[in-house]
Design a protein around this ligand. Structure first.
Ligand code: ACO
Length: 444
């Protein structure tokens, strides 16, 4: 079976399907189409192997829907991102991170009462088990904070046995609250540990983003007042990164969870996947790239390198697997970037100037236009973090803090999905076929 030769056909059942015809034997199979509420239909290929003896081949899953989800919708051509139907720019403008967490987890925005209870549940889980601190101190001071995040998130399973039974909805709910609540604490502790400062405990009277900034920057020696503009910017960044449907780290969480692994192990797997420079590590890479470029006069040289097939250099913060238009999050973050720099009196930040000029040149360049490469969310977030005084190695950590709710929501959805089964892709094999064992003295 090679081609989907016939277009969509209406079967007697009234259901739409694709006919796949083997162009050697003429045999055909009908593959039903499943329609979502919006977005492309999917061809249901579950019976394909049984009917044809063939697998599908789709490295990087560019044409494969791995699950049926109600959480996040992206239209990459139009540059649209919806959480449970709400556009990302409206949520970033009018909502706050905890409300968005509730939305992603439950499906709807909370009422006053629900919001109050949810906030209470999250704030009551922000502390870490005291023994986790010993675990922390086992890391080298110069450890990358993502290594610490992976280790500590996975280790939580050893401390919270009352929330690892994935079949029990109560356990799942407590594990979800714990993960969302403790991630900022772990992130801030990783930072404090790396700079040799004492750990700062969470404060339950502060909002989520405020509390995070407090744990990052307060010290026992003096009062620390969280700047409301920076807290709002941080909250917005958390909203923008909260979920992004079936990206690499979310798919990793789902795949790890499909075997029945506990939620803390699954989130640790997600953190590991996020670490890579093609995914969550990109904002760190953007800042490194801007620093390497150094000045506007060197932009053409780097644009040339990005276009050179023989040069591995890519313009970091540009391009996206799904968005073939401006990333809607990039618009919000660009505005936030200006607000933060204005507040900090850093309007003349040379890296921002450089980023704006680079974006401008790339957007007018034939190569980037043709390949539909636009700035993604990571292009400006690094500049904001840097202005806030957050070190580069912490950038991906912040992404992990924000994405935890998305991972948790998707993991819960997977477990509740009646068709869920262990994820087990197949392969196209090009290795050796059967051959007998050769004793060592006969090998050449
Ligand atoms: N600079 C230069 N060329 C690029 C870039 C870039 N940033 N991104 C893609 N291209 C080119 C590719 O070389 C390829 O060219 P070809 O068709 O001649 O082979 C073409 O555009 C398509 O790119 P792919 O790599 O096939 O697209 P894919 O969907 O696999 O990759 C990715 C998407 C990984 C995001 C890529 O655009 C990239 O590496 N960007 C830089 C890293 C980055 O910013 N990552 C953040 C992603 S957003 C996030 O995780 C929140």
């Amino acid at each position: 079976m090679k081609n989907a030769e016939q277009p969509v056909s209406k079967q007697a059942t009234g259901k739409e399907s694709y006919s796949l015809v083997n162009n050697q034997t003429g045999e055909s199979v009908e593959l039903p189409l499943i329609k979502g509420t919006t977005g492309p239909d999917v061809m249901d290929i579950r019976s394909l192997y049984a009917k044809t003896g063939c697998f599908t081949y789709d490295p990087g899953f560019t044409s494969t829907a791995s699950c049926d989800s109600k959480i996040t919708f992206i239209d990459g051509d139009e540059g649209i991102l919806l959480y449970r139907g709400y556009p990302i720019d409206q949520l970033a403008e009018h909502s706050n991170f905890l409300e968005v967490c509730y939305l992603l987890l439950s499906g709807d925005l909370p009422t006053q009462e629900q919001r109050h209870k949810f906030r209470h549940d999250i704030t009551r889980h922000t502390m870490l088990h005291e023994q986790v601190m010993f675990f922390f101190r086992g890391f080298r001071r110069d450890s990358h904070p993502m290594a610490i995040m992976c280790g500590i998130a996975g280790a939580l399973a050893a401390f919270y046995h009352d929330s690892t039974d994935i079949k029990d909805p109560r356990h799942r709910a407590v594990a979800s609250s714990r993960l969302i609540a403790k991630m900022p604490t772990i992130a801030a502790l990783a930072y404090k540990y790396s700079i040799g400062q004492p750990f700062v405990s969470p404060r339950n009277d502060l909002k989520y983003a405020e509390n995070f900034l407090h744990m990052m920057f307060a010290t026992p020696c003096e009062d620390y007042k969280v700047n409301p503009v920076l807290a709002r910017a941080m909250d917005r960044i958390l909203i923008l990164h909260a979920d992004h449907e079936q990206n690499a780290s979310t798919s990793t969480v789902r795949l790890a969870g499909s075997s029945g692994a506990n939620p803390f192990a699954c989130i640790a797997a997600g953190i590991a996947s996020l670490w890579g420079p093609a995914h969550g590590g990109a904002n760190e890479a953007v800042l490194n790239m801007l620093q390497e470029i150094g000045g506007k006069e060197r932009i053409p040289e780097f644009i040339k390198r990005a276009k050179d097939k023989n040069d591995p250099f890519r313009l970091m913060g540009f391009g996206h697997r799904v968005y073939k238009n401006y990333d809607p999050r990039a618009r919000v973050i660009q505005r936030t970037c200006h607000e933060v720099l204005d507040e900090l009196g850093a309007k003349e930040e040379p890296l921002l100037d450089l980023a704006i000029e680079l974006e401008h040149i790339a957007l007018e360049d034939e190569y980037f236009i043709k390949k539909k490469l636009y700035p993604n969310v990571d292009f400006y977030s690094g500049i904001i973090f840097r202005a806030m005084g957050i070190p580069t190695t912490m950038f991906t950590v912040l992404f992990a803090v924000a994405r935890t709710v998305g991972w948790v929501a998707q993991w819960n959805e997977m477990i509740e999905d009646p068709v869920q089964k262990i994820g087990r892709p197949r392969q196209l094999y090009h290795g050796q076929t059967f051959r007998g064992f050769t004793p060592i003295h006969k090998r050449k």
